[in-house]
Design a protein around this ligand. Sequence first.
Ligand SMILES: [Zn+2]
Length: 263
Amino acid sequence: MKAKKTKGFKKNLSFYRINFSFQPPYQLVFDGNFIKQMLDHNVDLDKQLFKYTKAKIWKHTTICVLRELTSLQHLFPRVFKYAQGLSKINCKHIEGVSPAECLIDIVKPKPEFGGDNNYFWICTQDDELRSNLLQIDHVPVCYLFQNNLFEMAEPSRTCKMRIQNLKELKYLPNEQEKQIIMPIKKEIKQQQAEKRMEKERKLAQELAIKIKKPAKGPNPLSVKKKIGKVTKSIKKRRHKIKNKKTRRQNKQCVNNEIIEQNS
Ligand SMILES: [Zn+2]
């Protein structure tokens, strides 16, 4: 059994174990074509199953399957001989029905036996029978994949949905429980709202403190020298020089005027 398929087998088996209480030793029921495939490809079923389930298995067939194999024993003597060695389920089909009908019938819950499910895994290579069996929720359907790998078919979608619905119903509260739960739920919601508000209030306070805090001065190394002051002092100096010049010029003008007057 390859790892990839084993994962599917284990997953499907655990689905049936959890939801339909399948427990070891597992009861396997074979039809003729499954036995033929198993013998043709030398499948060691006990070894494969023990490796992955660590459990014992019991192998069965039905009276109707054996009846069909008896009529075909000249064609498939090995298959007939193998089926003869299996334990036979008394299906109570006195007149005899086809193996497919017989296998579907034995897995149906019988009201005369209390309507309980039985715990058979049906092993068949017949695709049509397999899909018909999968419509009965509690039946694990097995086959040989790639001729020699024992596999359990995935439960049908309807079966999975039914199980899901049942689980939801099981965990949903009834009216009496609702009356107890509702006020508690309301109280919890209120407490949560108060907690949230308190948290928001604290956050707002923290933010307000942060805003009030004076900003730290910038890193002096990262700040450029202030140009304003420098330019101001330069301007002041230029103004002084200019004033000196004009004063000198005015003085010279006055001197010139005096000289002209004197002459
Ligand atoms: Zn039968």
